[in-house]
Design a protein. Structure first.
Length: 368
């Protein structure tokens, strides 16, 4: 078995990362010390908070947890520190501590022209360009490519019409890879006691991140990986080792984390690294690299048939599967599993709500 370091080793462009985990742009990247803390906890690289011509002033409040699974809504803007401070002190300090810094720049070509040469000179190893508007992204990449040979990541947004079509256009303009993706929105939640929005963004609107957005992001990662061979940093809703494996199978080469480290704390990262290695063991894989994009070939195979699997010892009699059946087709409990085949539509919901995996609905040939 390869050493633990080897198993998670990631080479992104020409950068040798200590792990595939990349701290995504957000409040945990607000200055040099926060970048250094992420590096010490095992991040392979860190993206700065987005730098713009003028520092941000954020509305109050601007981040809120909106569900038990810690999905977030935020109306946070770009860096509150001026870009010149990043250039003069923050990026050099982080680089001196061994951090691989990816500088995030938004949101216009003019700001790329102004900030990109300075952050690269200060030690940033790559650029990540971010825009609210897909039309400006092409110009931003063109501008950046004229300025540097270093890797340029385009951060794609799930809120754009056709991010994959844009990705292909960006490829012709010299983009090196993609960060997929930004938070989802605009979204709204209202506090029914105060009648105010939960975050005080423009018109009370904010942007969704964390577990709720993972299926949206996975869809785009798989689509992107299908259409381009450029590296993809999968970012959006990743919290558990299972999420890491899922994102990698969809085609991500590196794993971005933002909300989950905000809600669990940075010292959750070493735990996530350990759990990812344990899960790889359990699933019988040596490295993340060997499962990158395996979904893409799997989905092209003929659709399998499915079968029920029931393990009596695992059943806790919670009744959730019975409640979930829209057709009254199955009964599961202390007396076992019985199915009225003439009523069952093979929808699969019963197996998916079982908390102990006593009941599962699996592709033929697969067993838990
Ligand atoms: C509070 C907060 C602030 C963020 N600030 C930025 C930012 O300045 N620049 C940027 O490109 N993305 C920013 N993001 C988006 C994240 O980098 C990431 O794309 C998104 O949250 C999805 O990942 P997650 O589900 O792991 O959080 C921010 C996200 C949050 C939650």
């Amino acid at each position: 078995m390869a050493t633990e370091e080897k198993r998670l080793e990631t080479i992104l462009f020409d950068m040798h990362l200590q792990s595939p985990f990349i701290l995504g742009s957000g409040p945990l990247c607000h200055d040099a010390n926060s970048l250094i803390a992420a590096h010490k906890n095992g991040a392979g690289a860190v993206v700065t908070k987005t730098l713009r011509a003028n520092p941000a002033i954020n509305p109050i409040p601007h981040i809120c947890s909106v569900s038990k699974d810690k999905t977030l809504i935020n109306a946070e803007k770009w860096s509150e520190l001026p870009y010149q401070t990043w250039v003069d002190t923050e990026i050099p300090k982080a680089c001196e501590s061994g951090v691989i810094v990816i500088a995030s720049i938004g949101h216009t070509p003019e700001e790329v022209q102004l900030i990109a040469p300075l952050v690269l000179q200060a030690g940033a190893k790559a650029l990540e360009l971010v825009s609210y508007d897909e039309r400006t992204m092409l110009d931003m990449v063109c501008k950046a490519r004229k300025l540097t040979d270093r890797p340029i990541l385009a951060k794609l947004s799930p809120n754009w019409n056709a991010p994959e079509t844009l990705a292909l256009q960006l490829e012709t303009k010299g983009v090196s890879g993609f960060t997929a993706m930004d938070s989802v929105g605009p979204v709204l939640r209202i506090d029914i006691h105060t009648r105010r929005p939960l975050v005080e963004g423009e018109n009370g609107r904010g942007w969704l991140s964390g577990p709720a957005i993972k299926p949206i992001i996975l869809h785009h990662i798989a689509e992107l990986a299908f259409q381009t061979n450029l590296p993809i940093i999968g970012l959006g809703g990743i919290e558990t080792a299972e999420d890491v494996i899922e994102m990698t199978m969809a085609g991500a080469q590196a794993i971005g984390l933002c909300s989950s480290l905000m809600t669990h704390g940075l010292d959750y990262l070493p735990l996530l690294i350990r759990r990812t290695l344990e899960l790889l063991d359990l699933l019988g894989y040596a490295t993340l690299a060997e499962i990158q994009g395996v979904f893409l070939s799997e989905i092209q195979k003929e659709r399998p048939s499915y079968h029920f699997q029931f393990t009596q010892e695992k059943c806790i009699g919670c009744n959730l599967c019975n409640l979930a059946c829209p057709y009254g087709a199955q009964y599961t409990g202390k007396s076992g599993f019985s199915l009225k085949k003439n009523l069952c539509h093979l929808c699969g919901l019963c197996g998916s709500v079982c908390p102990t995996k006593a009941l599962s609905f699996l592709p033929t040939g697969a067993f838990l």
